[in-house]
Design a protein around this ligand. Structure first.
Ligand code: FEO
Length: 401
């Protein structure tokens, strides 16, 4: 059954949500699912903006057919050529033989790499700043390279004031009837997913996101229609501010994050003691994670969120404990920077985790070490408490800075 949703007089949502997928990109454990958004404009010419993942292709095709109501599809705008948005292109070409595909040179090249149909004969190639009119609507294409792939562009419709923003301003989480961010408790129920999505999907490309935000600031945007998650039509500035913070690698919240690995509980005991001392010194925003229990992508997102971070790890095979090593590696891959940190290591006979974590963090930009690495030999003893006291005091200064 079709499930199209009217957005404006002649613009409709034709996407769908998937709650069965366990791992988005076969990496991220999306317990709340994900939506693949697509939009159709019924103007003098009909225009579809992006398609969907194959998992929801049946519902999507029914939606497109219902929205068109017997009309042909004239244009498919491909803002992003990643398969979660472009898996249905060949099927659309079969169903609508006159279809023109709108994209830039890179998009068209990628379509040829993914598909075998004759792309050139139906390609409508645009350059940065070019426009396409469908009648009442005029779409201006603004290139947004690396948000999240190099071919990405966004499309601004001057008639409706809608920015079709590709992955930007998207979030994990399936849609459950409510289509708009102002219809849900976004800050309470969606913001963590939005941050998790942003940091892990495009967090590496903060500079490019910032450049795109600057370009977008010049547009009279009334609504943002992303490719994942709810549509924005109210309080848009609040969400753009979040993006500016994330893209600028600025801590979103002042707070102490403690991420640890612990094999038999002794490192956990040390950081529990640290957390208690920090709480006694007045820090209220303390968050603690066992890296073996929480997906590394969530830990990366939390590291981007907080101002002050303690990494604690045992030495394991003369290396960093594997789960902590994965986190440090992922932080590097996502251009983690600009934080106050401290390192606690543990080991019974050959401490080396602290040195390796420190070296990795030193390779990242603007990482400030609150104290020298604190070494625990097997288990925390009284003589180690002054070092935790000192770290807690420095954490207080960092959180209150
Ligand atoms: Fe939602 Fe970069 O794809």
């Amino acid at each position: 059954m079709q499930n199209i949703r009217r957005i404006t007089e002649d613009i409709f949502y034709v996407g769908a949500s998937d709650r069965r997928l366990a791992l988005f990109e076969n990496v991220y454990p999306i317990d709340r699912g994900v939506s693949y958004n697509s939009y159709i404009v019924l103007d003098d010419k009909t225009v579809l903006l992006d398609t969907v993942d194959h998992s929801v292709s049946r519902e999507f095709l029914e939606n497109v057919e219902a929205a068109l109501s017997g009309r042909a599809l004239d244009y498919l705008v491909v803002n992003h050529m990643e398969p979660d948005h472009c898996s249905v292109i060949a099927e659309l070409v079969l169903r609508y033989p006159g279809l023109k595909i709108v994209g830039n040179q890179k998009t068209i090249q990628m379509i040829k790499q993914f598909y075998s149909f004759d792309v050139d004969s139906r390609a409508h190639i645009v350059k940065d700043g070019d426009s396409l009119s469908s009648g009442k609507h005029t779409f201006t294409f603004v290139f947004a390279p690396m948000v999240h792939w190099p071919e990405v562009m966004v499309a601004f419709d001057s008639a409706s004031g809608i920015l079709f923003s590709a992955d930007a301003f998207g979030t994990f989480g399936a849609l459950s009837g409510n289509l708009y961010a102002d219809e849900v408790e976004f800050e309470k129920e969606w913001l963590d997913d939005a941050r998790w999505y942003y940091i892990n999907i495009v967090g590496k490309y903060g500079v490019q996101v910032t450049n795109t935000l600057k370009k977008a600031a010049a547009l009279p945007i009334k609504m943002i229609c992303p490719l994942h998650g709810p549509i924005w039509r109210e309080n848009i500035g609040w969400f753009i501010d979040k993006y500016s913070t994330w893209a600028g690698y600025v801590p979103e919240d002042k707070g102490l994050l403690i991420v640890y690995s612990s094999i038999y509980g002794n490192t956990a005991n040390a950081v529990d003691k640290l957390a208690a001392i920090a709480a006694d010194k007045g820090i209220r925003n303390i968050h603690m994670y066992d890296a073996s229990k929480t997906d590394v992508s969530v830990l990366v997102s939390e590291c981007f969120r907080y101002s002050t971070i303690v990494f604690a790890s045992p030495t394991y095979n003369a290396e960093i404990f594997p789960k902590m090593e994965a986190l440090i590696s992922e932080l590097k891959a996502h251009a983690f920077q600009n934080r106050d940190v401290a390192v606690i290591e543990n080991g019974t006979w050959a401490l080396s985790a602290g040195k390796k974590i420190t070296e990795a963090l030193e390779g990242m930009k603007n990482i400030r070490f609150l104290v020298p690495t604190i070494s625990v030999k097997s288990s925390l003893k009284d003589e180690g408490l002054p070092l935790l006291e000192e770290l807690a005091e420095k954490a207080v200064e960092s959180v209150n800075a």
